[in-house]
Design a protein around this ligand. Structure first.
Ligand SMILES: NC(=[NH2+])NCCC[C@H](N)C(=O)O
Length: 415
């Protein structure tokens, strides 16, 4: 690895650099009427959520990681003319805003400075805010909206930087997102990785081609860089088998990975991503939600070169549920895994899973960041020999994501 180049070699090696997003105005847009569509289970006390997030960042810095704020990266990217045009083109869309309003919206956004445009892109814009900046265009879409209705949707799930892009070994996938409320998040990452000075000149590969919307979806919460050329992917509510096959082909063709284990997960919001039910906490240990049980798994390996140059065939072995842990252990080159499931009654186990007790973020082998509220899991991890860095999660947790979801590692050591 070239010094400073983005590279994520594992789930648990020392975390060196990570993208996070401090929650802001986008969360003030949540109302009881919109929160379900925006994938939040409650309204957030934003100031407190920001304080909690600041503590989360302080824990990461304390563990030796450089913390990059998504809004800063996006603002700096928008200073590049091509990036600005790309982002505007992919934000203002006739299919969303109608042909009459789209050019006016785009021109209004284009006139903004980089900081204001960043805020609009993440926080959205109401009709009232639009009309403070321009005369109302003749548009059925706009006429039909009330003054405080949103013309540009906010992106409150930017808080969960894990999902819209993910670094796997020496490259990055900008992901095709499953839920309508999250599809636009990928636009910011595509622009940042293409044009931000920090990434534009860096050597790295691409595991996706430009922007896609809602087909063959993959989300980073399902993708685990096991280390040593192995990858684990959950086929969940969000990540499709099609998406897994495409990712595997890209990784194999580049020689970045040589085995991908895919798990067949239940398709349910409570288990929306693999990292909501299990996370890797050291080189051979996973904390796992007991009621998940055992899942069917597939091992995908390169089956040989395909007809087209730079392409590979996939070879697939499928395994019954009882082999789940053994399949992951094989991919890691281990005899077995250490599976950590706290003893607790089924009700408290379900509550802790909902509160992201299994969503630990390793910052080094055996050192994890978790929410303070998942006390049983935290105590259990400590008793099992782990160092647990607790951060407050009372407000942040209402978005149904924990420390792993709120982090997008860009530089992490092998283990
Ligand atoms: N990697 C994760 N588990 N991310 C959690 C994302 C939570 C977010 N509200 C969603 O529904 O999409």
């Amino acid at each position: 690895m070239r010094a400073g180049a983005p590279y994520v070699g594992s789930e648990v090696g020392r975390l060196r650099q990570v993208i996070v997003h401090r929650p802001g105005v986008e969360l003030l847009r949540l109302t009881p009427q919109t929160m379900d569509d925006l994938l939040f289970d409650d309204l957030i006390w934003v100031r407190r959520a920001q304080e909690e997030h600041d503590e989360f960042c302080a824990a990461l810095v304390g563990a030796g990681a450089e913390v990059l704020q998504l809004a800063d990266l996006l603002r700096e990217t928008l200073a590049v003319a091509q990036a600005r045009a790309f982002v505007l083109d992919h934000t203002f869309d006739e299919r969303v805003h109608g042909p009459a309003a789209t050019p006016v919206l785009r021109a209004t956004a284009e006139a903004l400075g980089d900081a204001d445009l960043t805020e609009l892109l993440i926080g959205g814009m109401t009709k009232r805010e639009l009309l403070e900046r321009t005369d109302e265009p003749r548009s059925v879409v706009l006429h039909a909206l009330g003054p405080d209705d949103l013309v540009v949707a906010p992106l409150p799930n930017h808080l969960f930087t894990r999902d819209a892009s993910c670094w796997v070994y020496g490259g990055v996938a900008v992901n095709s997102m499953r839920m309508p409320a999250r599809i636009r998040e990928s636009v910011a990452y595509e622009a940042i990785y293409r044009w931000h000075p920090r990434f534009a000149g860096a050597p790295f590969q691409r595991w996706s081609d430009g922007l896609e919307d809602g087909q063959a979806t993959v989300e980073g919460g399902d993708v685990f860089v096991l280390g040593g050329g192995a990858v684990l992917v959950g086929m969940s509510e969000r990540t499709t088998p099609q998406g897994v096959e495409r990712l595997a082909k890209r990784l194999f063709a580049a020689g970045a990975a040589d085995r991908v284990v895919a798990l067949g997960m239940p398709k349910a919001r409570v288990f929306m991503h693999l990292d909501t039910v299990m996370t890797m906490v050291d080189e051979r240990s996973f904390i796992k939600y007991g009621a998940l049980g055992m899942l069917p798994s597939y091992t995908i390996t390169p089956g040989g070169p395909a007809a087209a140059e730079g392409d590979v065939e996939l070879s697939i072995a499928d395994h019954p549920p009882e082999r789940m842990h053994a399949t992951i252990a094989d991919a890691l080159g281990l005899d077995g895994l250490r599976i950590l499931t706290a003893e607790q009654d089924v009700h408290s186990a379900a509550r802790e899973q909902w509160d992201d007790g299994c969503n630990a973020l390793a910052v080094a082998p055996g050192v994890v960041v978790t929410y303070d509220r998942t006390t049983t899991s935290n105590t259990y991890l400590r008793d099992s020999g782990f160092e647990v860095l607790e951060v407050p999660g009372a407000e942040l947790g209402r978005g149904r994501g924990g420390p792993r979801c709120m982090s997008c590692p860009t530089v992490r050591d092998d283990h």
